[in-house]
Design a protein around this ligand. Structure first.
Ligand SMILES: Cc1cc2nc3c(=O)[nH]c(=O)nc-3n(C[C@H](O)[C@H](O)[C@H](O)COP(=O)(O)OP(=O)(O)OC[C@H]3O[C@@H](n4cnc5c(N)ncnc54)[C@H](O)[C@@H]3O)c2cc1C
Length: 460
C-alpha cells in the first residue's frame, strides 16, 4: 500500500488534477469491459495526452512494480482490459488526434484513442476508409492490441493486416518506433506485428500508421435463407471456393434472426440466413458476381434469395447486424451471457457450424450462432439465468466443447476477441512449446510483469 501511495504521489506530479482520478465511480467505469467477467477496481486512472506522459507513467510504475493496464474504449468481450491486479489504468481515450492523412499513399497516422468510426467519417471525405470493422466503436489502440476484425475482414483482412508502423512505449518507459510507411518491409524482426494482438501486455501503443482502402464505387448486397445452418455453411465454403470476393459474408442462425426481427425495420424469415455484400469497380462485374452467388445459393436449396438490396436498406441491414450483440442482451434481458469466438480454415467451416449447432442442441443451450462466416469465424452467444451456478457451469462446459472442436478442426480458440481472461485455459493446447517462447518474450519486454498482468498468459 505504501508503494502504491508513493506511485500515486509521483503520478500527481505528472498529471494535473483533472487527468488523474482516485474517485470510486471513475474507478468503477474502468473495472469491467462488455463481458460477463468479474469486475476489478484499479487504484487510480490517468489520462495521458502525450507519449512523454505515457513514458513517465510507465517509468514510475515499473520502478515500483505497480501494474499498469492500458484502456481504449473498454468494449472488449474477453476481459482484456480488466485491471485484475489493481494498480493504474492508463486511459488513452484523450490521445485521439488524427496526426496525418497520407491520402496519396492510402494511409493515416493516428493516436491510439482515436475511435475508428469517427476516424472513418473523416476519412470518407477523402474517399477512403479503414476496413477492419468490429461492431463496437472501438479505439484504434484497442483494435491493434486485440487484433480486432469484423464483417469486412473477409476482403480486407484483420487489423494486423492493415498496420504499417507503430510508436510503442515499453514497460520501462523507453519509446520505440517499429515498421515504416513503406508497404513492403523486410528489415529485421517484425516488431510491429508482435505488438499487434498482445493485448497491452508487451507495450503501450501511442501512435499507429494504418493502411486504408478506397471506398468502392459499386456495391450490392444479398440476403439468402436456408433450411439448415449446415446448408448455409456449405454455401459459404462454395462462395469463397469459387473465388468470389465478398466484402462481407455473415451467417446468422434462426434464433439470431428472431432476435434481429425485434428491430421494427427488419423482417426476415426465421431461418438460417446469409448476409452478403459484394463490391466492384463496375456494374457489369458486380452483376456477374451476383448471378454466380444466386446459383450457388440455389444449389444449396436456398429458401429465398433477395439481391439488389438498395443503399438505404443495406445501411439498415448492416446497422442491425452491428448492433446484434446489444439486441441479444435486450432480448434476453436479465440473463447472464457467455460469448464464444472461434475460427477454423474455411474448408472445415461447414463441419464446425454443423457440429456446434448439434452441441448447442444436445447440451440444451439457449442462444445464437452467428459470425463472420467468410473468414471461418463463428460466435456463440449463450444466455443462462443469473445466480445459477449450475447453469453457468453448463454454459462454460459448452464453450469448452465448442473451442475444443475448433482446435480439432485445425482452428484457433479466438478469431478476433483475443485471449483476455477467458481463453487462457486453451493456450497450452493451442500453442504447445511455443507458449514458453511467448513467456520468454514477455519476460524480456516486461521483466517486472507490470503490463496488464494476468492476461494472455495465465501466470504473467
Ligand atoms: C457490440 C460489440 C460488438 C463487437 N464486435 C466485434 C467484432 O466484430 N470484432 C472484434 O474483433 N471485436 C468485436 N468486439 C470487441 C471489441 O470491440 C474489440 O475487441 C475492440 O478491439 C476493443 O477495443 P477497445 O478500444 O474497446 O479496447 P479495450 O477494450 O479498452 O482494450 C482492449 C485491449 O487492448 C489493450 N489496449 C487498449 N489500448 C491500448 C494501447 N494503446 N496500447 C496497448 N494496449 C492497449 C487493453 O489493455 C486491452 O487488453 C465487439 C464488442 C462489442 C461490445
Amino acid at each position: 500500500m505504501a508503494i502504491l501511495n508513493h506511485v500515486i504521489t509521483q503520478l500527481q506530479t505528472i498529471y494535473p488534477p483533472e487527468r488523474i482520478s482516485l474517485v470510486r465511480s471513475i474507478l468503477a467505469q474502468h473495472a469491467r469491459d462488455q463481458s460477463a467477467h468479474e469486475a476489478h477496481l484499479p487504484d487510480a486512472v490517468v489520462w495521458p495526452l502525450t507519449t512523454e506522459e505515457v513514458s513517465a507513467t510507465l517509468r514510475v510504475a515499473n520502478e515500483a512494480r505497480v501494474p499498469v493496464t492500458p484502456w481504449g474504449a473498454g468494449t472488449s468481450i474477453e476481459g482484456n482490459p480488466i485491471p485484475v491486479r489493481g494498480g493504474v489504468v492508463l486511459d488513452l481515450s484523450r490521445m485521439d488526434r488524427i496526426l496525418a492523412i497520407h491520402d496519396r499513399d492510402f494511409q493515416v497516422t493516428v493516436q491510439p484513442g482515436t475511435l475508428y468510426k469517427d476516424m472513418n467519417k473523416i476519412l470518407a471525405r477523402h474517399g477512403l476508409f479503414f476496413a477492419p470493422d468490429p461492431g463496437a466503436n472501438a479505439s484504434i489502440g484497442g483494435m491493434l492490441a486485440n487484433n480486432a476484425a469484423g464483417i469486412r475482414t473477409v476482403k480486407y483482412g484483420a487489423t494486423r493486416d492493415n498496420v504499417l508502423a507503430l510508436e510503442v512505449v515499453l514497460a520501462d518507459g523507453r519509446v520505440i518506433h517499429t515498421g515504416s510507411r513503406s508497404v513492403k518491409q523486410s528489415s529485421g524482426y517484425d516488431l510491429t506485428h508482435l505488438f499487434v494482438g498482445s493485448e497491452g501486455t508487451l507495450g503501450v501503443i501511442t501512435e499507429a500508421t494504418l493502411k486504408l482502402a478506397p471506398i468502392p464505387a459499386h456495391i450490392s448486397a444479398a440476403v439468402a435463407a436456408f433450411p439448415t445452418v449446415a446448408d448455409a455453411a456449405e454455401t459459404v465454403f462454395d462462395i469463397i471456393g469459387a473465388g468470389l470476393e465478398p466484402s462481407a459474408l455473415e451467417l446468422l442462425d434462426a434464433t439470431a434472426i428472431r432476435v434481429l426481427n425485434t428491430d421494427p425495420n427488419i423482417d426476415f424469415p426465421e431461418k438460417p440466413t446469409l448476409f452478403m455484400e459484394f463490391s466492384a469497380s463496375n456494374e457489369a462485374a458486380l452483376a456477374e458476381s451476383m448471378a454466380l452467388v444466386r446459383d450457388i445459393c440455389q444449389e444449396h436449396d436456398a429458401l429465398s434469395f433477395d439481391s439488389g438490396v438498395g443503399r438505404q436498406e443495406r445501411a439498415r441491414l448492416w446497422h442491425a447486424r452491428h448492433h446484434l450483440f446489444e439486441t441479444h442482451v435486450r432480448y434476453f434481458a436479465g440473463q447472464d451471457f457467455l460469448v464464444g469466438d472461434a475460427s477454423v480454415p474455411i474448408s472445415n467451416y461447414p463441419a464446425l457450424i454443423a457440429r456446434t449447432a448439434e452441441l448447442m442442441r444436445q447440451m440444451g443451450m439457449t442462444g445464437s450462432l452467428l459470425g463472420h462466416a467468410g473468414d471461418g469465424n463463428i460466435h456463440t452467444i449463450i444466455f443462462y439465468p443469473p445466480d445459477d451456478a449450475a447453469a453457468r457451469e453448463r454454459a462454460m462446459a459448452f464453450n469448452d466443447a465448442f473451442v475444443s472442436l475448433a482446435l480439432t478442426l485445425e482452428g484457433t480458440s479466438t478469431g478476433e476477441h483475443g485471449v483476455g481472461l477467458g481463453k487462457q485455459k486453451f493456450m497450452a493446447k493451442e500453442h504447445g512449446p511455443a507458449l514458453e517462447v511467448m513467456r520468454q518474450l514477455k519476460r524480456t519486454l516486461d521483466p517486472n510483469g507490470i503490463l496488464n498482468p494476468g492476461k494472455v498468459l495465465a501466470d504473467s
